[in-house]
Design a protein around this ligand. Structure first.
Ligand code: DX5
Ligand code: ZN
Length: 220
């Protein structure tokens, strides 16, 4: 029985009704809260920072999955642990000493993830895959919600799944960007374990039903 993790991205929530949207996720079949932190340097956009995450964490009753789109993420590992992050995921492209960063995340008691931009090959993770709790594959260029899904992602998921199996690792595969009911099942078939969905969930007329539909479509 496959149980795909559904992680709504709070980036697409209504920030003037944040508590309402957090409670919606609490009351839905979603598994995780996906939290996008952008610094305007690593990516061309700025999202939100620590005070907003603290406010979210106060109400969130599910796993908090933090996706850091920032340069030099090592500076904030302890801060995010203290804020209640359960998964902390850093960009491969932002970490010159990735092995050290991964160990530092785990030393703070969090699960460690690495994100790859669409152009970054999964082969580059060969020597750290056994240390990773999760690999997040970007299926859009990071920085904005509401972009369209890059089709090459299916291939990357299959390659990553093969690497994980070859190395005997137990790493989860998460997909982020342009996820909808049109690509969700195919992503899971290719090997994805967790799907982030922002605009598809929050722009829907009935987000709770949309989450339930995504869950049903991807859990067999
Ligand atoms: C993009 C973020 C995503 C974003 C996804 O840089 O990492 O998590 O919120 O939004 P959608 O699902 O609208 O593509
Ligand atoms: Zn994200």
């Amino acid at each position: 029985m496959k149980n795909t993790i559904i992680a709504p991205s709070v980036l697409a929530a209504d920030f003037a009704n944040l508590q309402r949207d957090i409670e919606m996720i609490n009351n839905s079949e979603a598994d995780w809260f996906h939290i996008d932190i952008m610094d305007g340097v690593f990516v061309p956009n700025i999202s939100f920072g620590m005070p907003v995450l603290a406010a979210i964490a106060k109400h969130a009753k599910k796993t908090i999955d933090v996706h850091l789109m920032i340069v030099d993420p090592d500076r904030y590992i302890k801060t995010f642990a203290d804020l209640g992050a359960n998964y902390l995921t850093v960009h491969y492209e932002a970490c010159p000493h990735l092995h050290r960063t991964i160990q530092a995340i785990k030393a703070e008691g969090m699960k460690a993830g690495v994100v790859l931009n669409p152009h970054t090959s999964v082969d580059l993770l060969e020597d750290v895959i056994n240390d990773l709790d999760m690999v997040l594959l970007m299926s859009v260029n990071p920085g904005f919600g509401g972009q369209s899904f890059i089709e090459n992602t299916y291939d990357k998921v299959r390659k990553l799944k093969a690497l994980i199996e070859r190395k005997g690792a137990s790493t989860l595969i998460e997909i982020d960007g342009g996820v909808t009911n049109k690509n969700a099942a195919q992503l899971v078939e290719a090997g994805a374990d967790a799907l982030v969905a922002g605009s598809f969930v929050f722009n829907a007329e009935n987000p709770i039903q949309t989450i339930a539909d995504l869950k049903k479509l991807t859990s067999k």
